[in-house]
Design a protein around this ligand. Structure first.
Ligand SMILES: [Zn+2]
Length: 292
């Protein structure tokens, strides 16, 4: 994918350093949403609010010029531009999440996490957490080498995996969108009222919707800036089919996010990502009614 030379987000931070607070006002709005259990996503969109808790991490702005930091900043900015547009079209306002890059261990409002946790989103501080070793390991473990198309040249090998990495970030931002829409809160509440099997089913549906939202993002971003290159979609589909069963499932310690639950089958993940990608419309991402 094309990403160099674009403006990066100012919402990317490194763990360690000065404290960052969380919004308390959001809790009240969140409680209102909570009570209005029947609220539909578009109504919640217009409210444009979420359930924000206290911040639990200390961060500083990420200012290093490494490839990975620059890449994360650009992709996050791309998600901001797209979701601002989507929310605006529905008469709402998008609240940008924070993205924290951490090394080894981090404290989120959802509890402690290590690199083994994998990328996750914490609704409590509306932050995506990504460990700095993730991309390097993703390149190795997912076998994203760029030679699936039969092109083994160095330039392609160097670029390979860009879009799969962007897809992971977009999936986590998808969880943020679910939080802004009040969907995650409803899922959490419903999960407390059902048995484990049904609870897992709800988690899978939540994960697949985040995949679909990642697809919506890719569609909208392509319309906006034509950033895709040949092979990118295959890359993301490959990642969608592998990540849930591999890295993201290796949660350790306290469960910090829905990503510590199963993500659905490879085929389901591919199907829902593709659905969002083709439609560019979050209305096509209703994973909660009907068969998956
Ligand atoms: Zn997820």
């Amino acid at each position: 994918m094309k990403w160099q030379g674009r403006q990066g987000s100012s919402n990317v931070r490194m763990s360690g350093g000065k404290a960052v607070g969380g919004g308390i006002g959001g809790i009240i709005i969140g409680l209102i949403l909570w009570l209005v259990f029947g609220v539909n996503p578009m109504q919640a969109l217009q409210t444009g609010q979420s359930m924000a808790g206290g911040g639990g991490t200390t961060t500083t702005e990420a200012t290093d010029n490494s490839r990975d930091t620059q890449f994360v900043k650009v992709v996050l900015a791309d998600t901001e531009a797209v979701w601002q547009q989507v929310f605006q079209e529905a008469g709402g306002t998008y609240k940008e999440p924070t993205l924290v890059l951490f090394n080894g261990r981090v404290n989120s409002a959802c509890g402690g996490a290590t690199a083994a946790t994998g990328p996750f989103y914490c609704p409590g501080d509306e932050t995506v957490y990504l460990d700095t070793s993730f991309f390097a390991e993703m390149r190795q473990n997912l076998g994203i080498s760029g030679d699936q198309q039969g092109s083994g040249d160095a330039e392609n090998a160097g670029k390979a995996g860009d879009f799969a990495q962007a897809y992971v970030i977009a999936h986590e931002v998808g969880h943020h969108v679910q939080t802004l829409l009040g969907i995650s809160q409803k899922v959490n509440q419903a999960r407390q009222q059902v048995g484990q099997a049904q609870g897992n089913d709800l988690s899978v549906r939540q994960e697949l919707q985040a995949d679909c939202f990642a697809g919506v993002w890719a569609n909208r971003n392509e319309q906006r800036i034509q950033f895709l290159e040949a092979g990118d979609i295959d890359e993301a589909i490959n990642a969608a089919g592998q990540i849930g069963d591999d890295r993201l499932a290796q949660a350790s310690g306290r469960a910090v996010s829905p990503d510590s639950f199963t993500h659905g089958t490879s085929q389901q993940r591919v199907n829902w990502f593709t659905r969002g990608l083709k439609s560019g419309d979050i209305q096509s991402c209703d994973t909660f009614s009907g068969a998956l």
